[in-house]
Design a protein around this ligand. Sequence first.
Ligand SMILES: [Zn+2]
Length: 684
Amino acid sequence: MFNDRIILGAQYFRIVPPSDEWAHDFRRFREIGLDTVKIELIWNQIERRPGVYVWDEIDELMARAHARKLKVLATLPMETVPDYVVREANARVVIAMGKEARQELPIQRYLGGVIRQYCCWDAPQLRKRMAAFVKAAVSRYRNHPALLCWDVFQEVDIPECACRHTTREYQAWLKAKYRDIGELNRIFGEHYSSFEEVEPPYNRSFEGQAFLAYTRFRTDCLAGRIKWLYDLAKSCDRKHSVIVHGHSGTLQYVGCGVDDWKIAGQVDFYGASMHELLYQPMHANQALFSKAVAHLEIMRSVSRNDNYYWVSELSCGAAFGGPDTHRRLNEGELFFNLWTCLAHGAKGIYLWQFKPERFFHWETPYAWGLTGLNGAETFRTREFKSFQKAVRANEELFASMRPPQSEYALLYSPDSHTTCDAKGCFSYPAAFFGAVNLLWVNNVQFDIIRYAKEIRGYRIIYCPMPWLLDQSILSALIAYAEKGGIVIADGGFGRYDDNNWLSRETPGGGLAARLGVVETDFTRLEEKVEFRFGNGRKIYGCQERGRLDAGKNKVLARYTDKNEAVVECRCGRGKFVFAGASVSSCYEKSTDVRMAEEWIRFCGFKPSLDVKPLGKVTSRLQQSGGASIVFLFNHGLERASASCQPGFGFKKAYVLCGEKVSLKHGLEFSVSLPPKGVAVVKLT
Ligand SMILES: [Zn+2]
């Protein structure tokens, strides 16, 4: 890791541009303020014949980078399988589930083979060739003075596959987990004679137990694949960091076969693509923008041990795919996105890309480019230069930032995600992203947690649609409540048991009997349902409606038909709050700040910074070297005058980015923010 620095780099093409442009481009890197060039070592461009590697282009790119004092992030995009390996290994993915189940997927090829889907990594011959390539590449450049770090797989992914190789891996995984086929039969509700008979499931909803096991297998499998690549690279180069980077918006787009926490545990540190800032109209819709914030907070969560992660791909502009997928990046938005990444803890940012790729454009300025195709400056170039200047002026301060200890946590439950996904008509991501939006727009800072060992030290733990919590999480939540913690269950708590069978009662895990509360009726909701509190205030829930029999517990809110909707149950020194519907799901797409504020206040969350006007201006608080750093973002298209009460005293306020700041009584400061403006203020 590179602790006293913020790494600022840019991708320099997958399809290598004409070599007569390299010298000029690398000089421009330096002029613009980039310090690192990200180069892809495209497997099929290098291994043109079996075992024969052609390194000329990479040799020259490395040498030219070094000559300009640029560092190189060397990426191995392992999806770039050479044609001969595709033929030799016959590594085709077989569709596991749905109508087309057990059909081979055709192998796709884009951009001269720099992207190639769908090869199955479980094919032994593919693995053998891949291992040889990784070792050859790492050995060749491990002592190169320009080398910064290895990124051995990008946008890690694993498809649902039922080929014979994957099936064999799955059987071995089941055998290791259950040992005895009788145990598997009991858990799956099946009647197999041996593990060799078990195939990947054909569907999600009617083989829920097998689907859960198969999904857990896939996340383990992906983590294993990353460990394998990491070990291969490390066996040749112990000196440099070896990393991978994940998809953009993992929980949203790829679903539950990817577990960022498990993957991040296999490498020196982790990275993320952030193209989702383009995939949706996030700058036109603030609720959508919160998904980018969620993604960054997930990265911070998976990197909590050392507080270090990179944004490995941040789009500089639209490329192709149509107006609904890739959006134009308007003036000011790259600047805004760069500061958003930094404010949420990224310690390195790589722009995608330095220049446009020469294939297809959707709008001007061309495809993804920080500069024009001829290297000319664009408004994005100017925005980046301004950002990097402010960062370099306070680099150590930004590099050692940490958020203050949080009192609140949001629990991510991968099994609840899988279970909701299996039903086909419930969305776990809606509840999870809605909860992030709720907290973020109200300036409540929180941690995202994932493991039982993290369930401590918080005042409140919010659980979006906690349908399936494994035994370790359940026990930890109960122990946490007994010691005085508050658990808020946003929807059916423990509706399913550890193996995806329905719990006898909801809340599950024995809590219904223990706390004297039980769900008596359950419906899936198409529309919102209203909760009314005793004081006449109301909010909404959606996706599910559970009617609760509160017993002797306190009823906090009722549905319009007077049935119990929100119930508070004492548990030791703390409490559980059960909501019959998912409140947070209503905020996946909503920007109704007043309604959000109501639920936030009801739950007991307090903002880290009191910022006005609430909603259009969001904030982030960080600490570094005894100073507090406040980031303020104006999401609106009109100038905003924001005032901020940090809740602690300060003597001086320094502007690190933005316009003049005015102080009031050493407790409050105010700044004027232009449309899409950013202010960064250091308080001492
Ligand atoms: Zn396979």
